[in-house]
Design a protein around this ligand. Structure first.
Ligand SMILES: NC(=O)C1=CN([C@@H]2O[C@H](COP(=O)(O)OP(=O)(O)OC[C@H]3O[C@@H](n4cnc5c(N)ncnc54)[C@H](O)[C@@H]3O)[C@@H](O)[C@H]2O)C=CC1
Ligand SMILES: O=C(O)CCC(=O)C(=O)O
Length: 529
């Protein structure tokens, strides 16, 4: 039975879902904050469900040999070392929509709080001061709202802004003019947004391009009296520069939910007039927490129990419905990759995968990942579908895929071509209705052969006596040949043979086979069937 650790505070709905789906679960909501304890226990688990307090570092991943999936109940995965997880074949998934509305609402709440100085007015009133003249606010209607990052949350903020009768402008390199028109907003360049906005709100991930997207130079371009809201990630705004601009009066106020260092126990922004801070509360509503807990538990259980993948950041999605249809082709792709990987002894430069007919309409990203996993496995035992694309990229292997309509007698087939400095080798296969993979072409030579656990592949010249010689050599040693498949390109040309064996062969015997005059190449192949 798969075992999952929930190491951050999550709605107990998640715990119930794991139990209902037959997954053993330990709910230890404070464990994520204790790095040493996490390292001590993580080795026992197949899955780890987290929010933002647990940091899934390379060290944690190294200490987790059984771990198969990390599920983030939320959006941002900057607390997970995704490349390290991918290298170990661990799927990292998030719940991209469950808390978007809630976070957008928090941005709007902060915008109002800053526009009307509500927290300071509340503190003053409750202190019995009645400072009616101190808290002069600004109206929101008719003001320009500048949105940086118009994805899920940015778009919801945009619609709320439009509803509040604001003029909304957005900077997002991936926002299409059509989408902007549908949202009723204007797509602009960043500098124009800085020049025009009365309120600026950030909704991008933290990347090398967005880090400090608001710093002293950016603030200098803004209107005097601009107000800035950050409910996305600390690090998007240079806190010290913002603090200086608030002190100078250039920026009239800021609403800050996220900080460069969290938990933020100190910040240049603390204690300044009209800075409203919250402790990363963007996603903290009961509705959003229920959504993300339910979603992450369902997704993780789907993967651990059925092999279905959704919302993974390092692996193509495979739905529960798709999994049974795709599985035979995933196996086929892995076997073709494994065939080529076992025969290739020099560095691979290029891999081309052709999908003809039925597999062309499938989730080919998953099939490519499976083919690469099979290809790299002879060199790297721990590689799997999650890590293989990254491993191939890190090794400089160019991967391409071609999809085309059915061209031959088969409903569909997959052909893998592997190129090295010296040669190009191709192998093709199909799945029949029994779901079993078959080789249908090797090095351009047609044949039809089942896949066995232990096989001997030989390449030879098409001359009389080869089969006899091979049979005699096996017979002399008392080794049974379970099955024998042959193919050639033309009479007297290149020929190949695939022999099915009942078990492995010794290197000594293989040398004897290789020494046969008629045999050019002999390689023992093993397949996980
Ligand atoms: N405060 C909180 O509790 C929460 C914070 N978040 C954070 O909010 C942020 C946005 O989340 P979503 O809208 O779901 O993400 P998303 O991926 O749907 O949208 C992000 C948008 O940013 C855009 N973008 C990327 N680089 C950009 C750049 N250099 N300049 C301008 N735009 C750029 C993308 O094109 C995309 O449209 C994330 O950082 C997420 O972690 C999300 C949920 C809760
Ligand atoms: O889980 C939380 O409270 C933080 C949510 C968040 O930042 C996210 O989903 O990106």
């Amino acid at each position: 039975m798969a075992r999952v650790l929930v190491s951050d505070k999550l709605s107990t709905t998640a715990v119930q879902i794991f139990k209902d789906r037959g997954v053993e679960v330990d709910y230890l909501p404070d464990l994520g904050k204790d790095k040493d304890k996490l390292l001590e226990v993580i080795g026992q688990y197949d899955g780890l469900a987290i929010r933002s307090a647990t940091k899934v570092t390379e060290k944690v991943i190294e200490a987790a040999p059984k771990l198969k999936v990390v599920g983030r109940a939320g959006i941002g995965v900057d607390n997970v070392d995704i490349p390290a997880a991918s290298r170990k074949g661990i799927i990292v998934m998030n719940t991209p929509f469950g808390n978007s509305i809630t976070t957008a609402e928090h941005a709007i709440a902060l915008m109002f709080a800053v526009a009307r100085q509500i927290p300071a007015a509340d503190a003053s009133t409750q202190a019995g001061k009645w400072e009616k003249n101190r808290f002069m606010g600004v109206e929101i209607t008719g003001k320009t709202l500048g949105i940086i990052g118009c994805g899920n949350i940015g778009a919801i903020v945009a619609s709320r802004g439009v509803g509040l009768k604001m003029r909304v402008v957005a900077f997002d390199p991936f926002l299409s003019p059509e989408r902007a028109a549908t949202l009723g907003i204007e797509k602009v360049e960043l500098e124009e947004l800085f020049r025009r906005a009365d309120f600026i709100t950030l909704h991008t991930p933290l990347t090398d391009r967005t880090r400090n997207i608001i710093d002293a130079a950016a603030i200098a371009m803004m209107k005097d009296g601009v107000r800035i809201i950050n409910c996305a990630r600390g690090g998007l705004v240079a806190e010290k520069d913002l603090a200086d601009a608030i002190r100078s009066g250039k920026v009239a106020g800021a609403g800050v939910d996220v900080f460069e260092t969290e938990p933020a126990t100190d910040s240049p922004l603390f204690g300044l007039d009209n800075v409203v801070c919250t402790p990363h509360l963007g996603a903290s509503t009961s509705e959003a927490q229920e959504n993300v807990a339910l979603q992450v538990a369902e997704q993780m259980a789907d993967y651990l129990v059925q092999g279905a993948v959704s919302n993974a950041l390092n692996m193509p999605s495979i739905s529960a419905e798709e999994a049974p249809i795709l599985t035979p082709y995933v196996k086929l792709a892995e076997i073709l990759g494994s065939f080529a990987g076992q025969l290739t002894e020099e560095p691979i430069k290029e891999v081309e995968i052709l999908f003809d007919g039925s597999p062309a309409g499938m989730n080919t990203r998953a099939l490519v990942a499976a083919a690469l996993a099979g290809l790299l496995k002879p060199q790297m035992q721990s590689v799997n579908m999650v890590s293989a694309p990254l491993m191939a990229k890190e090794r400089g292997i160019a991967v391409s895929e071609v999809r085309r309509d059915k061209t031959g007698v088969f409903d569909g087939y997959v052909q893998l071509t592997v190129k090295t400095e010296k040669q190009s080798r191709s192998v093709a296969g199909t799945c029949f209705s029994d779901g079993k993979p078959r080789f249908i072409q090797i090095k351009g030579i047609n044949m039809e052969a089942d896949v066995g656990s232990h096989m001997l592949y030989t390449a030879n010249k098409d001359i009389p006596g080869v089969i006899g010689e091979l049979g005699m050599t096996f017979g002399r040693k008392g080794i049974n040949i379970a099955n024998f498949h042959l193919g050639r390109d033309h009479e007297g040309g290149n020929a190949i043979a695939l022999l099915y064996l009942d078990g492995p062969l010794s290197e000594e015997f293989l040398d004897e086979v290789r020494a046969l005059k008629a045999i050019g190449q002999a390689k023992l192949l093993t397949f996980d069937v």
